[in-house]
Design a protein around this ligand. Structure first.
Ligand SMILES: *Cc1c(COP(=O)(O)O)cnc(C)c1O
Length: 465
């Protein structure tokens, strides 16, 4: 077979892709008929596709390219590390400098006494580690019955059997025999969709108190941990009411339940602080990290754990690990990514410049006839599409129909904005400039206008009864 390169015609590349490549979270048969979009290169916040379109990537790849595309420093570090030591494991009483340096740096950056890192290759793997870790922790403390992990409906914690079970996406549970035993899901703090007549504050409190009720129902002696994203990402960028997290923290403290903050999206500047836990004011015992840890330049994830959890875990062998735990190239690249975030004050840019600028423009989208709410924290935001703002009505069409139309209009206007059901979400590279934010919002507005026109034409503006 001749070499397959960027220079081949799009249709030929699409045909080969359809013939051999099975895409994640995709109906491959449908995609094969349509042909996949082929991204050939990227710089800053801009993707280039095989047709030469320049697309503003308001999703930072998949929530991960925090420092933007095309930073040569990371390529140089990877190349240097590959020459020096491309791989060695960390299993058999050995270690290497990139793993030492990255774990030390993460201990410095993470809040409180989160000082110990167990590495993985991804967020899913890290959450699988967490499942085994919290159960082992309680077993080592003489309480092996504490094995239930409480999570939330519509949470996203990964796609492996363990992490997919922690997640609360029912359409994932339907395939492959999920969830595993001893995972319990409570309701999410999604006021817009589920708050009814309650005020956001009362609703936030009520949803947090479901954790306490679950602990009482299941038995305190059965519950090991509660896991949640500080702000739900893949579920639709759901920003909880301000009352929610303080109450969750109180309940975890009261019943001595380990709190796992899944920081895979919120970590590394996304919310305007190093971690989402700082933004929402919680003290987790374990944090899951991945995505922005390396800005997606290398696959790497991990669990950062507290002194207390580490002390218990360190007393026995943990029969767990991945070939690529602490992979030297991935670790070196992650370290360089953290250096850039720190030295270029990327988090200050989110907190003081891009975040506030975006917030003003983003929240103004709520004036659009199709938009019910438009909210954002740092640089993760969402808008709820609705046929009727005041009643927060859903569309009569199947959930996601309108969101999909809107996403197509975004693509047509060279903007990547994702839809989750009938919510539109953004999570752009953190280095986005104010001019690029102007472009993002202009294109989003045009896409909303076109979507609105199409809904009118196709008689899809009806509310569900
Ligand atoms: C993406 C994501 C994961 C899974 O990470 P992968 O690297 O895809 O395995 C876990 N938790 C959250 C909150 C995520 O957004």
């Amino acid at each position: 077979m001749s070499a397959i390169t960027n220079h081949m015609p799009t249709a030929e590349l699409q045909a080969l892709d359809a013939a051999h490549h099975m895409h994640p979270f995709t109906t491959n048969k449908e995609l094969a008929e349509k042909g996949a979009r082929i991204i050939t290169r990227a710089q800053g916040v801009t993707l280039t596709d095989s047709e030469g379109n320049q697309i503003l990537d308001a999703m930072a790849g998949l929530w991960c390219v925090n420092i933007g595309y095309g930073r040569p420093e990371l390529a140089e570090v990877a190349s240097r590390q590959m020459r020096e030591l491309p791989f060695y494991n960390t299993f058999f009483q050995t270690t290497h400098v990139p793993a030492i340096a990255l774990s030390s740096k993460l201990a410095e950056l993470a809040p409180g006494d989160l000082n110990h890192v167990f590495f993985a290759g991804s967020g899913s793997e890290a959450n699988d580690t967490n499942i085994r870790m919290v159960r082992t922790y309680w077993a080592l403390k003489g309480k092996p019955s504490k094995s239930i992990i409480i999570s939330r409906k519509n949470a996203y914690h990964g796609s492996s059997v363990g992490s997919g079970s922690l997640g609360g996406m029912t359409y994932m549970h339907e395939q492959g025999g999920l969830p595993i035993p001893d995972v319990h899901h409570i309701n999410q703090p999604h006021w817009w969709a589920e708050g009814g007549e309650m005020s956001p504050e009362d609703f936030g409190l009520a949803r947090a108190q479901e954790l306490e009720q679950a602990i009482l129902d299941l038995g305190e002696d059965r519950v090991a941990a509660f896991i949640a994203e500080p702000i739900q990402g893949a579920g639709g960028v759901i920003i909880p009411p301000a009352t929610y997290w303080p109450e969750i923290q109180r309940i975890c403290d009261k019943y001595e339940i380990l709190l796992i903050a899944d920081e895979v999206i919120c970590g590394f500047g996304r919310t305007g602080n190093w971690f989402g836990s700082i933004t929402v004011g919680i003290r987790p015992d374990i944090m899951t990290i991945a995505k922005g840890l390396s800005s997606g330049y290398q696959p790497i994830g991990g669990s950062i754990v507290s002194d207390e959890v580490a002390a218990v875990m360190d007393s026995a062998e943990f029969n767990h690990g991945y070939t690529y735990s602490g992979h030297p190239v991935a670790a070196a690249v992650a370290l360089e990514n953290l250096r850039i975030i720190e030295e270029e004050n990327v988090i200050g840019h989110v907190r003081d410049v891009a975040g506030p600028y975006m917030k003003k423009k983003w929240e103004a989208l709520a004036d659009h006839p199709l938009v019910g709410e438009a909210r954002i924290v740092g640089l993760m935001g969402s808008i709820a599409l609705t046929p009727h703002k005041d009643s927060r009505a859903k569309f009569a069409s199947e959930a996601g129909t309108v969101g999909f139309i809107c996403r197509e209009r975004c693509f047509a206007n060279n903007l990547v904005m994702r839809h989750v059901g009938d919510r539109m979400i953004i999570s752009p590279p953190l280095v986005i400039s104010t001019e690029e934010i102007d472009t993002l919002v202009e294109r989003a507005t045009k896409a909303l206008d076109e979507c609105y026109a199409e809904l009118k034409k196709r008689d899809l503006l009806k509310a569900a009864s």
